[in-house]
Design a protein around this ligand. Sequence first.
Ligand code: TRP
Ligand code: SF4
Length: 339
Amino acid sequence: MTNEINKKRIVSGMRPTGKLHLGHYFGVLKNWVNLQNEFESFFFIADWHALTTKYNQTEDMKQNVEDVLLDWLASGIDPNKSTIYLQSLVPETAQLHIYLSMITPQNWVERDPTLKDLAKIMKDKQENISNLSYGLFGYPVLMSADIMLFNSNYVPVGIDQVAHVELTRDIARRFNNIYNVELFNESQPKLTQIPLLKGLDGNKMGKSFNNDIKISDTAEITEKKFKTAITDRNRMRRDDKGNPDNCEVVFDYWKIFGTDDEINEICKGCKSASIGCADCKKRLIAKMNEYMAPIREKRNELQKQPSLLKDIIYEGSKKARIEAQKTLSEVEKAVKMYK
Ligand code: TRP
Ligand code: SF4
């Protein structure tokens, strides 16, 4: 038996924005699946974070939460190893957020690079910056609450989120100073090593770009989509020799799904024109579908058991609350609230 007490903690979350794609799987979920063996892990569905931008588009919320959960479970996030919870079912998050919001200087939040980006996007769209809601503005503090609620040692995130973990450290330090306690440790980001999978058109993979393959796509849909992937633009005809280095999408996917031997073979075949792009893709599609088959099968099975999904979410959230309540009671003691 591993002793949970000796394990370091990690926390990470994802917004429920719909079905996840292969970029999520290879960039994030595979990493989490490995980490859950080594760390005491908390993975949560960040439904309150989704509301910061989608507060007026909530029709899909329930479905999106379920889809994210299905994708996680199918990918191997294991409720027996990790605590899987829904943010809004752990209301201590909001309570801690209140305490943190009191001690966080406004200009610390204003410095946040993602908020600056957002402000710029709104300006470009000629939207009034005052449409940036109070909740959205405060979302870096909410994220700090997510992390500090479990006094996490590490936060597995992408490079774009590192500034948030830095802010969390600053807030943690400030809390300890102001209330003269040593309650919060300094969480470190844990960057994922795996390169991002590109979308089928060569741009960043994303559902709004219509260039992604979902974890939940069928073999047929995967095939249909992948046939549209861009290839070496200089290889116009079947007899033209190609260069895999100019074929970022297809060849990058080969690097993920193929063995070293297969990758070498494709490389040679492409450069000598002994293999055509259609065949190259066909072989790759078969590899992808073979790889994804057990994950998709598991997803289909779980989807037929809505009450099991509900149990997993509620049980996980109950477990998370036990830890969250410990932190919150320490916080309230430190702040000297009337209890
Ligand atoms: N902000 C993160 C994102 O957009 C999601 C998130 C919210 C998160 N709270 C978190 C990630 C806490 C790690 C830890 O991807
Ligand atoms: Fe790309 Fe394969 Fe065509 Fe070469 S043969 S250009 S690697 S799709």
